[in-house]
Structure formats: C-alpha cells, structure tokens
Ligand binder design. Structure first.
Ligand SMILES: [Ca+2]
Ligand SMILES: [Ca+2]
Length: 617
C-alpha cells in the first residue's frame, strides 16, 4: 500500500514538472548589463516555454550575437553576446521568432557604469567587520514581514526556526549605532530570495540569484544600504553560496540539463572531510563524495564543471558588484566547491575589479588544512586558488585554548602563539578574517563561561592581532548561548522590534555590564580605526613564559604592546626580554582604561587579563 501511494506521488511530481506551463518568455538573466566591462563576453540565460524552438536576432551597434546555445531542456536558450568596448549605453530588442508563431521580444538594456571612487573598495585589515543575521537584527518594515504567495508565511519570534521579520531597512536604521561601535564594514548573511517552505530565514538556500528576498526588501533597498554605508565611510560584504542552491530555485525546478547538479543514485551527503582534497593517499571516490555530495536534502549540489553553470554563477556575482557597489564577498562552504572552477572564478572577479577582495569559509582543523585553500599555495594542486583570505578558524581555536585551556608545552596560550607562528604557510596572513564567534558557533561569552574578564581578554586579542577582525552581532552586548541547535545563537537584537520592551541600541536600554562590554569594544575598535599601527603595523610575538603571551604591533609612528596573562592570578612581568621593541620607551598609555603607566620596567597584569599599551617616550 505504501509503495502504491508513493509511486502515485512520484508520478504527480513528474507530471507537474513536465507539464507545468511557464510563459513563452519567462525571464532573461542577467536582466540588464553594462558597457565597458573588462570582459566583453556576456551569456544570457533565456527561460521560456519551448523557447529553444525559436530563432534569435538582435541589432545594436557594438553588440554581436556570437552563438545561440541549445541544451537538453527545450525551455532554455543560452545566448553568447560580445560587447565592443566603445558601445554606447542604450536599449535594443532581442527577438525570438518562429514560423507561424507570434514574435516574442525582450528589451535589453546596456547601462553606463558607475565609476564613483567610493564604491567597490575591497575589505582589508584596515577594517572591522560586523556580521549580521538580517532576520534577527532589526525590523524596519513591518509590511514585508509576511509576503503572501511565498512558500513560508509563518512569522513567529518565539521560535528559532521561523522568520522574525528583521530586514534591510532595520539595518539602515541602525548604522549610527554600528558606526559608534567602531565598525567599518557590514557582512550580512545571504539576503537573496530563499523561497523555501522551511527555515528560510538563514538565507543559505538561494532560490533566485538576482533578487533580494522580498521579506528583507528590494534590490533597490539593498543598493541604498550600500550607498548609505559608503556615505558614512563604511563598506558592505555580500555572502555568496557557490556550492548549492535551494531546492525551490526556479532553475532547479526546471533544470537546463540533468547535469546542472550532481546526480547520485540515492541521496548522498558530502563527507565534509577536507583532508581528501590534499591527502596524497586519498581515494578518488572519497574526493568525489567530498565535493559532489550534497550539503543537505534541500540544497542540491551544483555541478561546477558545466560551462553554463559557471557562467551563470560568475556573471551573477559580477552583476551584483556592478549594480550595488559591493566592497567584498564572503564565500560560504568553500571547501565543497570544485577547486578548478573556484580558481577560474577568483581570476575573473579580480580581472574585472582589481581592488575588490573576498575571503572564504574554511571550517577545518589544522593550519595546513586551512592554508591549502589560500592563494600562493600550489602544494599538491598544480594551480593557484586565487583565494586571498580565509575565515581563520585556527586562530579561533587558538584564542579559545589560550583563554580556557591549561598551560602546557603545546597547550594554553602556547597554542595561540604556535598558530600565529605558523603564518609562514600563507602568502599573506593579514588577509585572513579573525573572529571569536559567528552564526554557526557558540557565542563567545558562553564559550568563556560568562567570565567577563576572559571576554575582555578575547576582545582585546581580536582587535590587536593580525588580520581582519570580525564581530558577530550582539557579542558587544554579551549575548550568549551554545550552538546546539544553531538557532540558539541567532537571537533577536533587543530593541530592533518596535514592540520590544528594552532597546539595547541605546546606552539607557543596556544594563551596566552591557554598557561596560559595549564601551570596551567601542574604545578598542575606535582606537584601531584611528591608529594604523593596529591595522597594518608589523607583528612581533614572544615565546610565552609562565602563561603570559606578549606581542607587539608597530610601525614608524607607534608601538603597541599587548600582554595576555592567561593565569588565574595577578602577575608581575619583568620586561627586560622585550628590549628589542621597548627600547627608547619609558612609559605607556593603557588604551582600554585610559590610564598612564609611568614605568615599563615591571608591569602588573591582573588575572586572566589582556593589557593593550601604547608605548610612549
Ligand atoms: Ca520586516
Ligand atoms: Ca559541491
């Protein structure tokens, strides 16, 4: 009986996908483009009922229709265009004709590029990144909370699995708060349409590559957020997912060809074992499962060996940079992608935008595992990945061990020291993003057992070590919880909703302790923002002794000495062994307490505390 029902269901699903009526010309992507791009080539995806049975023509000076590609599915045409460098911006008709059928027509626009100097800036170690989960930060527009006709229409702030109503307008409304904190750059979890029936709030199951989810706002509003940030001297990072799409993506529901995604006889998950990618003894089958296995049931794994797939993704990313003026990308689930495609992709993005930067999520264990993915490392690979930086999980494990571990030859603060010492494997470790937590990880304040002194020690490290520091929303307010399940670390920012009883965006809405945490982050972040020494200054670190880790950031103008006491008791530090960096200095300013230290000979460091001292003559 059971078998019968499921076979009927299967038949119905097949019928729907085959006979579902899509309009004769349903969409053209990208819907518009620009003249004067570095790459003169453009490939348009045309989707429409039996569109492949039609001929295509266009007539515009400087634009050539080089090739019309037909694929397995007759509902697609892939048009190869070439646009001459001197082409005038304007509109032209693309005609789709067929004998005895009405002509179909699309008005295509080539726009002039916006070459304003304050957009597409790249994100570097001069920046301080703040990660926002848009559904959970602030609700700036109640009207978009529920969008009728979409798959998920449940709004429930009491459940971590449903949407809560946060949106782009909510972020725009609180840019002053972020600027006060010392943030220079926003990274939003993906905001493209996720028209999935369940847990669509997190954004990682994209269903339209060219459309902001209407529950977050519109494409124009997203562009406004970026324009507003640029006017304030801030930047925006877009979170990209190359590896998979949402199962409800329009292109998944009517695939151009069967090999658009990786097909398996039965559902096969990725092994999530990065080791097989560099293991000289790895089995081909293990490699295949790692990169071609699916991330999840509702996230089909994209086949990045298909030329049309490659163009489709790469062009959509260039479109977003050009359209919205984005400053950087964060690349999700990087290790599961096809490495050859990702290198080609990196090259294409850099060729179009030399100043633009990107970094990838490499949630792996071990410095070599992580460095393997970064550019300049051709070990066991034979080509350059073209990936400037990664999310530095090794530094994260290092700081966690430094703050929570027991002292030992390899343990405690020695782990952090060793991790940073291993930077020799990177072409440039200052392009790595350092962090204490994010949307997938337990919140930092919980990780340190809600120990406020350890919390401050971690923040002090984050804002003084090398790399691009990143803070997760609410960490400045001691938001807590363990990532089990991950919804627990995605609580609402209190005050982001008009009905909230407290407003933590204002000092008066925060508790005394929350204000102390906020001000601690603010003081250090603004000091970092105003002092290049903590951005681009050189780093020198000393071998930890007796649980005390000392490092310096220095340039021609300034020297900052950072002392991390990982012990449970106050320590007196004799500074004579740091002469190489302290020579010529007699006193210091404690940046976080704004107090003066009149002698450098011996320094008193309270238990579990990290001091940040600007050395003075
Ligand atoms: Ca809303
Ligand atoms: Ca994959």
């Amino acid at each position: 009986m059971k078998v019968k029902i499921s076979s009927i269901l299967f038949f119905l699903l097949i019928s729907v996908s085959v006979f579902a009526q899509i309009p004769a010309l349903e969409r053209v992507e990208p819907s518009f483009w620009w003249v004067g791009m570095n790459n003169p080539k453009l490939q348009l995806v045309v989707h429409g009922n039996q569109i492949a049975s039609r001929e295509v023509s266009l007539n515009y000076e400087g634009v050539k229709l080089v090739k019309i590609n037909r694929v397995e599915n007759p509902n697609y045409l892939f048009l190869d265009l070439e646009i001459n460098p001197g082409t005038t911006p304007g509109k032209f008709e693309i005609a789709f004709t067929k004998k005895n059928a009405k002509k179909l027509s699309y008005s295509y626009q080539l726009k002039a590029r916006d070459k304003s100097p304050n957009r597409i800036l790249g994100v570097t170690n001069k920046d301080f990144v703040y990660l926002i989960m848009p559904d959970r930060f602030a609700n700036g527009d109640k009207k978009n909370d529920i969008v009728k006709g979409m798959e998920e229409t449940t709004l429930n702030r009491d459940s971590m699995y449903y949407r809560h109503g946060g949106d782009i307008q909510g972020i725009i409304n609180h840019l002053d708060y972020l600027q006060e904190l010392g943030v220079t750059t926003l990274w939003l979890n993906p905001v493209l349409e996720n028209n999935q029936p369940k847990t669509s709030y997190h954004g990682y199951a994209v269903t339209d590559n060219y459309k902001i989810d209407p529950r977050f706002g519109t494409n124009a509003l997203y562009k406004k957020l970026i324009d507003d940030c640029h006017l304030k001297g801030m930047k925006v990072i877009k979170d990209l997912v190359h590896n998979h799409l949402g199962s409800e993506h329009w292109i998944i529901k009517d695939m151009p060809s069967k090999d658009w995604v990786h097909q398996w006889p039965t559902y096969t998950k990725s092994s999530f074992k990065d080791q097989v990618l560099f293991d000289p003894y790895a089995a081909a089958n293990d490699k295949k499962q790692m990169t071609d296995g699916w991330f999840d049931h509702h996230m089909p794994d994209v086949n990045q060996n298909n030329e049309f797939v490659k163009n489709y993704f790469t062009q959509s990313h260039i479109w977003w940079i050009e359209y919205a003026g984005i400053d950087g990308f964060r690349l999700d689930t990087y290790a599961y992608n096809d490495p050859v495609y990702m290198a080609e992709w990196g090259k294409a993005i850099k060729a179009e935008y030399p100043r633009f930067t990107f970094f990838a999520e490499t949630w792996v264990r071990g410095v070599p595992n992580q460095a393997f993915f970064t550019q300049g490392n051709t070990i066991n690979r034979g080509f350059d990945t073209e990936l400037p930086g990664v999310t530095d999980f090794q530094a994260l494990w290092g700081i966690n061990e430094a703050l929570n571990g027991k002292q030992g030859w390899d343990d405690g603060v020695n782990r952090l020291y060793t991790t940073i010492a291993s930077d020799f494997v990177y072409q440039d470790a200052t392009r790595n993003v350092v962090f204490l937590d994010n949307h997938d990880l337990s919140r930092f304040y919980s990780v340190v057992g809600e120990d406020f002194t350890k919390y401050k020690s971690g923040i002090a490290w984050l804002l003084t070590t090398r790399g691009i520091p990143q803070l997760y929303y609410g960490t400045e307010l001691l938001m807590k919880n363990f990532s089990n399940p991950d919804g627990l670390v995605r609580d609402d920012f209190k005050g982001g909703w008009a009905e909230d009883k407290v407003n933590k965006f204002t000092a008066s809405g925060r508790t005394e302790k929350e204000n102390e945490a906020f001000n601690f982050v603010k003081t250090l972040a603004n000091y970092r923002k105003n002092n290049e020494v903590l951005q681009t200054g050189k780093l020198m670190q000393y071998v930890p002794e007796n649980g005390i880790y000392v490092y310096f950031r220095y340039n021609a103008d300034k020297t900052v000495m950072i002392i991390m006491n990982s012990n449970d008791k106050e320590e007196i530090l004799n500074t004579s062994r740091f002469e190489e960096r302290t020579a010529g200095f007699t006193q210091a300013l404690n940046i976080t307490s704004a107090t003066k230290i009149n002698s450098l000979k011996t320094l008193t460091i309270p238990a579990k505390t990290t001091l940040v001292l600007e050395l003075q003559k």
